[in-house]
Design a protein around this ligand. Structure first.
Ligand SMILES: NC(=O)N[C@@H](CC(=O)O)C(=O)O
Ligand SMILES: [Zn+2]
Ligand SMILES: [Zn+2]
Length: 345
């Protein structure tokens, strides 16, 4: 008999859809299975205010296939010019649930990010009052700090003191990659949570660097050593409600990845829940998938859990080598490989 698992419909709490012609491909890929997704604001120019967020949201909604219910939850990009008034407006506008902190220069399209982190102290109260979450790309950016140490340094220098100064601030440490980050999140109150990607559970830096450099494994924060991968696996297997699904699916066209200066980001949305199911199965923890994918996220955000269900079956299928991406093409994570779990439509 085919093995199968039925879970509450999941959500993706960290997703890049991009904009323009590629939305016809990125939106259906997520909307086919996710009830909601947190839409990252690092467009060029970034999504900085309520008006821009709502316009972007309607461009996304216009690409949701008929018959699917998909609710994009929007995020404002924090800049040096973000004001308390802009946070209040965002709350009133609706559909905006968070602000995103990118230390300037940390990752793709982060040039407008915050250069003065003292800014956060001014905004912390208004965020708390309006129940707007703070989402953090947790890496320092100084050129003298080794790229493998950047998350740990951010934790020690920025996040630990920030969390201590604002014990009521709800924050998500996005796409964590280290044991240090997992331990920090576990040690904090219920106001601090983290998202974990497929690639950081499934891979370590050897996968990216041994036997030839694999640009499709390159993302930020960069894959770490296997002991960190193991710690992230332990975090999800623990069943702790502080950890939830955020793919950080971050599509870049094939040519922009397979390049002398390749972009950071893995494209996993086309098979997101299937990829997580495979990892949880490998870890002997399929019973923890539903909490991670469908319960912990809405519980943290104070939103209702989705009311319908999806079913996954254990059945081999082949991931495509390439997929359409606007007028371009993209190489998805696990391209051409056999995947072992399939959504039962
Ligand atoms: N994760 C990535 O490697 N890239 C993301 C940016 C981000 O989430 O940091 C992107 O937008 O391409
Ligand atoms: Zn990021
Ligand atoms: Zn991201």
């Amino acid at each position: 008999m085919t093995e199968r698992i039925t879970i509450t419909r999941p959500d993706d709490w960290h997703l890049h859809l991009r904009d323009g012609a590629v939305l016809q491909h990125t939106v259906p890929a997520t909307a086919r299975v996710m009830g909601r997704a947190i839409i990252m604001p690092n467009l060029q120019p970034p999504v900085m205010n309520a008006e821009q967020a709502l316009e972007y949201r309607s461009r996304i909604l216009s690409k949701v296939p008929q018959g699917l219910n998909f609710n994009p939850l929007m995020v404002l990009y924090l800049t040096d010019n973000t004001t308390p008034e802009m946070i209040r407006e965002a709350k009133q506008a609706g559909h905006i649930v968070a602000v995103k902190l990118y230390p300037a220069g940390a990752t793709t399209n982060s040039d407008s990010g915050v250069t003065d982190l003292g800014k956060l102290d001014e905004l912390a109260a208004v965020l708390a009052e309006n129940d707007i979450k703070l989402l953090v790309h947790g890496e320092v950016t100084h050129s003298d700090i080794d790229i493998f140490d950047r998350e740990k340094r951010f934790l020690d220098e920025i996040l630990v003191p920030l969390a201590a100064r604002h014990p009521d601030l709800n924050m998500v440490v996005e796409h964590i990659t280290t044991k240090d980050a997992a331990d920090f999140v576990s040690s904090q109150g219920a106001n601090v949570a983290a998202t974990i990607t497929v690639q950081h559970l499934a891979y370590n830096r050897n996968h990216m660097l041994v036997g030839g450099i694999k640009p499709h494994f390159y993302c930020l924060p960069v894959l770490k050593r296997n002991t960190h991968q193991q710690a992230l696996q332990d975090a999800v297997v623990s069943g702790s409600a502080k950890f939830f699904l955020g793919t950080d699916s971050a599509p870049h066209a094939k040519g922009a990845k397979e390049s002398a200066c390749g972009c950071a980001g893995c494209y996993s949305a086309y098979a997101a829940i299937e990829l997580y199911a495979e990892i949880f199965d490998d870890l002997g923890a399929l019973d923890k998938l539903e909490g991670f994918a469908s319960h912990h996220g809405p519980d943290f955000y104070g939103l209702p859990r989705n009311s319908d269900e999806i079913t996954l079956i254990k059945q081999d299928w082949q991931a495509p080598q390439e997929m359409p991406f606007g007028s371009d093409i993209i190489v998805p994570l696990r391209a051409g490989e056999t995947l072992r779990w399939k959504l039962d439509y």
